[in-house]
Design a protein around this ligand. Structure first.
Ligand SMILES: [Zn+2]
Length: 447
């Protein structure tokens, strides 16, 4: 196939380059002007911008186990509609959890036939795993997972947080295996007592925020990154919402970080206005944090972005109390469109930096960069074609995800993802999935 006449985003280039792309065997085979026809079909990208497919390195698809919240078909379809060509799924919100090789193989066999884009799995280490299976489970999983997820405050009773001693042991193994530990960074010594005390005093987004403020995140990032620094072990802080947390990460030599559009777009004032549709953990922060996070994302202190896609059903999001409403949003389909509109087109991110934060940096951190992350000869033809002149208004009801409740509801975004290709296969075009379920393939990290 030849993709003709697009304005192509080549790595490192300060502006888009008019070029054709030849795709052969699912890979980019040639990049150039006026490539000779090869008898294969051609795709006219005139008037469109051609980006490397976005990588969303933090999703919860709940499959198998809780497919009423999301399943691998709807999750990957929604991601494809937003220009994402690779997702990395979290280990802790499916049943079984990805905590050993047997579970990974079982989960893969169930979800691979549903995927429309490529995917990888993170492994997980909870206190339960630490008591039973550690460290053998990490050793057996390491060839198949790019990193291991952990919590400083438990996300659920089925996957409990690690204490500082357990973090030190797990980080030692991570160093040996050369696989980062992913940290959900909220300090349990703050969050648990604060939540207990504050729920006695009332029911509001601000009270929920006060149980998990900037300081709760900063304390966890400081402590666990200090352990990682001491051990010289790889650590990655997921969904950073507090600017001070990013500053701590910047001072560490083996710790990296990500943020999410929800922390760049929204703050506590929005949470009071929107309520449960914006409830996430960690919660959005004070209004002054957003521009600082943008700055840290632009200058590389924060390495990349992820969606933390985790939809709740209508019932889960409307329990009658902000304390019990489900924490999570279906961020997958808006990840790249939001960053394109509010980052690249608004001038907050240069083109090279936009490419890094949406694709290349995550590919590198998770050892997928031998196949993914850039438009370059020899890499997978994972491509997102954007109409830069169109405008879209986010409508949750129209989403391909099972999750319809989004805090981005009604937001106008510049640019529209028109076509998404995975390894040269058109998987999405103009609002519809155009490939068979099972087109997506499982990815292991390169060694
Ligand atoms: Zn998450």
């Amino acid at each position: 196939m030849i993709i003709r006449n697009g304005a192509v985003a080549l790595p490192g280039s300060p502006r888009l380059t008019r070029a054709d792309l030849r795709v052969a065997g699912g890979k980019i085979a040639a990049i150039g002007l006026h490539l000779p026809p090869d008898g294969e079909p051609e795709l006219d990208a005139g008037g469109l911008e051609v980006f490397p497919g976005a990588i969303d390195p933090h999703v919860h698809f709940f499959d198998p186990g809780f497919p009423h919240k999301e399943d691998f078909y709807h999750g990957t379809a929604a991601s494809a509609s937003g220009g994402v060509t690779t997702v990395i799924d979290m280990p802790c919100t499916s049943d079984p959890q990805v905590i050993n090789l047997e579970n990974l193989k079982h989960k893969r066999s169930l979800v691979e036939p549903k995927a429309v884009i490529d995917f990888a799995f993170f492994g997980g280490v909870s206190s339960q795993v630490f008591e039973r299976g550690f460290p053998d489970c990490m050793h057996e999983l390491a060839p198949y997972v790019p990193a291991f997820k952990t919590y400083a405050t438990s996300g659920s009773a089925l996957f409990e947080r690690l204490n500082h001693y357990q973090f030190s042991r797990v980080l030692e193994v991570a160093r040996e295996l050369n696989r980062p530990i992913l940290l959900h960074a909220e300090d349990a010594g703050f969050v648990l007592p604060a939540g207990e005390a504050l729920r006695m005093t009332g029911d509001s987004p601000t009270l929920f925020y006060r149980s998990r403020p900037e300081l709760a995140e900063v304390l966890a990032v400081f402590a666990v990154s200090e352990i990682a620094e001491t051990l010289q072990a790889p650590l990655h802080i997921v969904h950073i919402g507090a600017a001070r947390a990013a500053e701590i990460v910047a001072g560490r030599s083996t710790t990296s970080g990500e943020t999410c559009p929800q922390y760049l777009a929204f703050d506590l004032d929005d949470f009071e206005r929107i309520g449960a549709p914006l409830k996430i953990t960690p919660p959005v922060k004070q209004p002054d944090q957003k521009e600082r996070l943008w700055q840290y994302l632009a200058d590389g202190v924060i390495g990349f972005v992820a969606s933390d896609h985790a939809p709740g059903t209508h019932e889960e999001k409307n329990t009658g109390s902000i304390w019990t409403d489900y924490a999570g949003i279906p961020g997958g389909p808006t990840l790249f469109p939001y960053l394109y509109s509010a980052g690249l087109r608004s001038g907050r991110l240069s083109l090279p930096r936009f490419l890094e934060v949406t694709s290349e940096a995550a590919a590198r951190r998770y050892r997928l960069d031998d196949r993914k992350g850039r438009i370059a000869v020899g890499l997978d033809a994972d491509l997102t074609l954007v109409n830069p002149h169109a405008t879209v208004t986010v409508r949750g009801a129209e989403s391909l995800s099972r999750g319809k409740i989004t805090p981005f509801e009604g937001m106008e975004l510049t640019g529209r993802v028109q076509t998404t290709l995975v390894r040269g296969i058109v998987v999405y075009r103009d609002g519809e999935i155009t490939c068979e379920p099972g087109t997506g393939a499982f990815l292991s990290p390169a060694e």
